[in-house]
Design a protein around this ligand. Structure first.
Ligand code: AHR
Length: 370
């Protein structure tokens, strides 16, 4: 019974992998970034979710919970395999797809030693929480989560801790006591914001009026990047003024929409800082439709380093991307294995990243893997 249930879950994660794989490659196109379309697709494919249809809560739940809890408590359904449940945010950006691909590819390539249970939260915290509860029910070895927002995790992380399952935070932090998670693997978002401010200042000779597209409200990536950007402007570039700052939820479609409204309100925008490349790519469309030249009339700095922004830089339509590395799969599973083996892991496993400007884009483009 136990093996049967985990097999079902593996099918679920395979289906999710396929769904994500099909959407990969470029949330830089609008259909992919449109929250509505993605949400509908996912809602129509309940098995791929893993959160909405958490076995512990639906009508077949009793069976699933009964069958798997004891199984994983003994290690996993497949002997010594490392069983990791990963609660992903969703598919809001090309960067996110890159991260999902890195995790799923690593698990597939190490399928003799790793089982991955994957859940797509469709950008909703409640779905991620359900997925984590489900993983606890299944008795996985380690739970990974990219928290969509910073707050609201205390209770479910405490439940994992009570069940003896370590939590790994991936790419976004959570506002919880440090004792509730084992490690955070990811970037220094404040530093990224500071780097973005430095690059914007170079482009504007330290003076000008800009607009800002923020990421998801309450997400550590948005909070940190804004903090770093604002602090650096205040400390070093007092003549750069932010005319307006609004969320574009890290999606291309909202990035375009919000930029359209900025362009209607202001006729003096010198620069745009977008918290991710997907929003910048949406904004580029809006700027062109408004009859202006992105990258020239309005200088553009964004974060992530997805292929699409390198293509835009090669075309002269964007100026700089502050890299944020999504290829965290290997580090996730290495840390998970250590935790399963009872070894120590660093509290913050930091990513190595660069800053790329338009003059480097052509040479770098062939090297981009996300
Ligand atoms: O948490 C990392 C951020 O999440 C990326 O910058 C963004 O593209 C993604 O949605």
């Amino acid at each position: 019974m136990k093996r049967k249930i985990l097999s079902v879950l593996l099918c679920v994660s395979m289906m999710a992998a396929l769904t994500v794989g099909c959407g990969n490659g470029n949330k830089t196109d609008d259909s992919a970034a449109s929250g509505n379309a993605d949400t509908q697709d996912q809602a129509d494919a309940p098995a791929a979710d893993g959160a909405e249809d958490a076995p512990a809560e639906d009508s077949t739940a009793g069976d699933a919970a009964e069958g798997t809890a004891g199984d994983a408590a003994g290690g996993s359904s497949s002997g010594e395999k490392l069983v990791v449940g990963f609660a992903q945010i969703g598919q809001e950006s090309g960067w996110r797809d890159g991260e999902t691909m890195s995790i799923q590819t690593y698990a597939e390539e190490h399928s003799d030693t790793i089982e991955l249970l994957y859940a797509d939260g469709q950008q909703k915290q409640e779905n991620q929480i359900k997925a984590i509860k489900n993983f606890i029910e299944q008795g996985v070895d380690v739970i990974g989560v990219a928290p969509v927002v910073e707050t609201g995790w205390d209770q479910v992380f405490a439940e994992a801790q009570d069940a003896g399952i370590p939590i790994i935070l991936l790419d976004r932090t959570a506002d919880v006591d440090e004792s509730l998670y084992a490690t955070f693997i990811g970037s220094d978002m404040v530093e990224e914001g500071k780097n973005a401010a430095d690059e914007m200042a170079k482009l504007l000779n330290s003076s000008g009026k800009i607009v800002e597209l923020e990421g998801t409200v309450g997400a550590s990536a948005a909070v940190g990047r804004k903090q770093g950007f604002d602090e650096q402007l205040a400390a070093a570039y007092p003549d750069i003024e932010i005319l307006e700052s609004q969320t574009g939820d890290f999606t291309r479609s909202l990035g375009k929409e919000v930029m359209e409204s900025f362009l209607k309100t202001y006729d003096n925008i010198d620069g745009l800082f977008a918290h991710n490349d997907d929003m910048a790519l949406g904004a580029i469309e809006a700027i062109k439709e408004a009859g202006l030249k992105p990258g020239e009339d309005i200088k553009i700095v964004s974060c992530d380093g997805v292929k699409g922004i390198f293509e835009a830089m090669v075309a002269g339509e964007a100026n700089c991307t502050v890299e944020c590395n999504p290829l965290l799969g290997p580090q996730l599973f290495e840390a998970a294995q250590k935790l399963k083996d009872g070894e120590e892991v660093e509290k913050w496993i930091k990513s190595n990243e660069s800053v790329y400007t338009a003059d480097q884009a052509e040479a770098e483009l062939p090297n981009r893997v996300y």
